[in-house]
Design a protein around this ligand. Structure first.
Ligand SMILES: C[S@@+](CC[C@H](N)C(=O)[O-])C[C@H]1O[C@@H](n2cnc3c(N)ncnc32)[C@H](O)[C@@H]1O
Length: 271
């Protein structure tokens, strides 16, 4: 796999130069800090931000395809880092736009307060629970088996939403579909999974398929400023949405580029 060719483009004359590549139709990708990427994009141009940033776990996250640092001197320092980036990102949203911020329960309350400050408490739509199932049990606590995805609207009550349908579980509705709740039970990617590309904390396409289709209109623009291996970009592509991805790691960007351009052989390309 070779690194993508990056072409220098500055979308806003006063913003820092970010080199956006176009690895596939409808997809822009850059190796850039979230903050620089956000500052280089036009206000009001994004329908959905999906952000899956580092959680300050205090350790490096590594996988077969690469690694990224996930350590700040304190929770307060991480909160400041996140707050600065969210503040730069909120103005990018269209009036009907929204943000999905993917975190773990250990830190999600910090982000909720940041987003309450930036967008208002009324802008909180849901805290979506991603119930992923995998992992061990614990004799000391209820086993931790979910992430929180904070869903905020740019305009309280004015956001785009197309309720996803999921198979009903009750006997009465057996074999039929029902509207999804705020708990999404979707397995994490296991070691043998076909879609696994080796990026640490890679999220399953099945989860991003549901989120992108529900929260970004057909033909709309999705931004993932910490795109890692590019899972959200592929979900957007498969759903007929345009996508912008950025990541501070050149290895992640090369991987995401290969996935969206179809060069990475393992990824299912069908809708
Ligand atoms: C949790 S992972 C994202 C995984 C991704 N959702 C996927 O499915 O592959 C977080 C990503 O944030 C990136 N990152 C860390 N600091 C960053 C920054 N300041 N700006 C942009 N990306 C950053 C890391 O390189 C890593 O790829």
């Amino acid at each position: 796999m070779t690194a993508p060719t990056l072409t220098a483009v500055t979308a806003r004359p006063d913003g820092p130069g970010v080199a956006w590549a176009r690895p596939a139709p409808g997809v822009r990708l850059a190796c850039a800090d979230w903050l620089d990427a956000a500052r280089s994009l036009a206000p009001g141009s994004v329908d959905l931000v999906y952000a899956d940033p580092p959680f300050n776990t205090g350790r490096a996250r590594s996988g077969a395809a690469g690694a990224f640092a996930d350590r700040w001197p304190s929770t307060r320092a991480w909160r400041g880092w996140l707050g600065e980036r969210l503040a730069a990102t909120v103005p990018l949203l269209t009036p009907a736009g929204s943000i999905l911020l993917h975190l773990e329960p250990r830190v999600s309350h910090h982000a909720r307060l940041i987003l309450d400050d930036l967008l208002g408490e009324d802008a909180h739509v849901n805290t979506i629970v991603w119930s992923y199932g995998l992992g061990g049990s614990s004799p000391r606590q209820f086993a931790r088996k979910h992430d929180d995805i904070l869903f905020y609207a740019r305009t309280p009550g004015g956001h785009y939403f197309d309720p996803p349908m999921v198979p009903a579980t009750s006997r009465r509705l057996a074999g039929r579909l029902k509207k999804a709740t705020d708990v999404l039970a979707i397995p994490a990617i296991n070691n043998m999974a076909h879609e696994r590309v080796g990026w640490p904390t890679q999220k399953p396409l099945a989860l991003l398929d549901v989120l992108v289709r529900a929260c970004c209109p057909l033909g709309g623009m999705m931004l993932d400023p910490c795109c890692g291996s590019g899972t959200a970009l592929i979900a957007a592509q498969r759903a007929g949405r345009a996508a912008i991805g950025a990541d501070a790691s050149a290895r992640a960007v090369a991987l995401a580029s290969a996935r969206v351009s179809g060069d990475y052989g393992k990824i299912p390309r069908r809708l």
